[in-house]
Design a protein around this ligand. Structure first.
Ligand code: ZN
Length: 459
């Protein structure tokens, strides 16, 4: 399309008028920019005596009341420290010390100053005191976590935070004390003083001793915005990059009411797809009114497109087993992302929808991997070690032995013996009142609301 510009000559007065308007606009813009920037100066004090060292850094901001409060807090702690060490003999000629650090963070029109004081007055370790000063830059008033939350937000946030902290202990193989964690994550604003809104979620810090022993140090959790939808007020949610796994209904979803009084087992097949063995499995599922779950390798789905497409169209679930079957613990965040994204794209190319279930190779996962994938993590509770025994009867026996309602069986459809073993087990278990369902079906029948940060071993 051609646009014609009409040229009009402005009078001299008109030109001057335009210039003044432009100038005013620039001035307003500059003033506005200045208001939005936080002005502060940093105070750095050092004091050394033969028996102690003080090193104090803190900011002075455009808020007299806040400056006074910060100063008083530091002064009080400093006095306590000097009282404690004055006249004490130093240990090994090392002076006692007192350090004040701060972290400042501005989010929208809220400024947060987190003061951390480390003091050593003898004993096994440093003492640490944390305090936070958070205020509205425009009004000067104090702000706490409730400012950002919906009415019952803190209650809900506390429940999620509790789960995240539990997972943190789990992932780090630390012994946990549930009561301690419960108390430290309880729905009181005092427990949620140290937080920060980041690009990818709400970061909460639990200071040493808050949810666990000193040796655990500070515990940081990051809750993705997609989990905070009715908890954090919408104006503080940054959910642009949010991709909650969409449960795409399988086109051949079965009528689940038929399984109401059955014991359920989910057979899952990793490391495939494959050719003849995967085909044999698909050929025989109808005999047992069975549907199963395939955790496919992204690198293989393109080689056996027909089987993947057919499996999906039959109503089986297609999940991800990552692209190259690497140990995710040994990859950085970019590497993990690539393993997951490449697989999702490869699967979507064939079945038209991305998988929402993932089985990380070797079952290796943690909160970071789970958050990065944004998928539901499915592990297992029955492992017949099919890849090792390669004997259909033995595999079937091992499955039947351990079968319970809600079990998830780990198998590999790249071995014919595994497929035959699975079919044999189905033959036996069917007589025992079992039905064979996908992960998706099992979660639905059992009414489980899946969560990204959990690992599911059985249902
Ligand atoms: Zn595997």
């Amino acid at each position: 399309m051609v646009v014609e510009l009409k040229k009009k000559k402005l009078s001299i007065a008109g030109q001057i008028g335009m210039f003044i308007i432009l100038l005013l606009f620039i001035i307003v813009l500059l003033v506005w920019q200045n208001i939005k920037n936080i002005h502060y100066e940093e105070v750095n004090e050092i004091e050394e005596t033969p028996n102690y060292v003080l090193k104090i850094d803190y900011p002075i901001v455009d808020n007299k009341r806040i400056n006074k409060e910060i100063k008083k807090y530091i002064e009080d702690k400093r006095r306590e420290f000097i009282l404690a060490v004055d006249g004490l003999d130093t240990i090994m000629n090392e002076p006692y010390d007192f350090k004040v650090n701060y972290e400042m963070n501005t989010f929208q029109n809220i400024n947060t100053i987190h003061i951390i004081i480390y003091s050593y007055t003898g004993g096994n370790h440093y003492m640490r005191d944390d305090n936070v000063f958070r205020y509205n830059i425009d009004t000067g008033e104090n702000i706490d976590i409730n400012y950002f939350l919906e009415e019952t937000g803190l209650e809900d946030l506390s429940k999620i935070a509790y789960q995240y902290v539990l997972n943190y202990f789990d992932d780090n193989n630390e012994a946990l004390n549930e009561e301690w964690i419960k108390e430290g994550t309880e729905a009181i604003s005092e427990n949620y003083r140290f937080f920060e809104f980041r690009n990818n979620g709400l970061a909460i810090r639990f200071i040493p001793y808050q949810v666990g022993p000193w040796s655990m140090g500070e515990i940081n959790i990051l809750i993705p915005y997609k989990e905070l939808k009715k908890i954090v007020k919408p104006e503080f949610l940054n959910i642009e990059n949010d991709d909650v796994p969409v449960v795409a209904e399988n086109p051949n979803q079965r009528d689940l009411s038929q399984f109401k009084d059955k014991k359920l087992i989910a057979f899952t097949f990793d490391d495939g797809p494959s050719g003849a063995s995967t085909k044999k499995l698909l050929d025989n599922l109808d005999k047992y009114n069975a549907r199963v779950t395939f955790f496919c390798l992204g690198s293989r789905v393109g080689n056996f497109k027909e089987n993947v497409k057919r499996a999906y169209e039959m109503g089986n679930t297609i999940g991800s087993h990552t692209y190259n079957h690497l140990n995710l613990f040994k990859l950085d965040e970019e590497g993990i992302k690539k393993e997951i994204t490449d697989t999702n794209i490869a699967i979507e190319t064939i079945i038209g929808t991305k998988p929402i279930y993932i089985r990380p190779p070797y079952g290796n996962t943690n909160n970071d991997i789970k958050t990065t994938s944004g998928m539901y993590t499915i592990l297992w509770n029955i492992d017949p070690e099919d890849w090792k025994v390669k004997n259909a009867d033995k595999i079937a026996d091992r499955i039947v032995d351990k079968a319970r309602d809600g079990s998830i069986v780990l198998l590999h459809d790249i071995y014919m013996t595994s497929v035959e073993g699975a079919l044999k087990a189905m033959e036996i278990l069917e007589h025992d009142g079992y039905a064979f369902v996908t992960i998706d079906e099992m979660a639905k029948i059992k009414g489980i609301n899946l969560e990204i940060l959990k690992s599911y071993y059985s249902f």
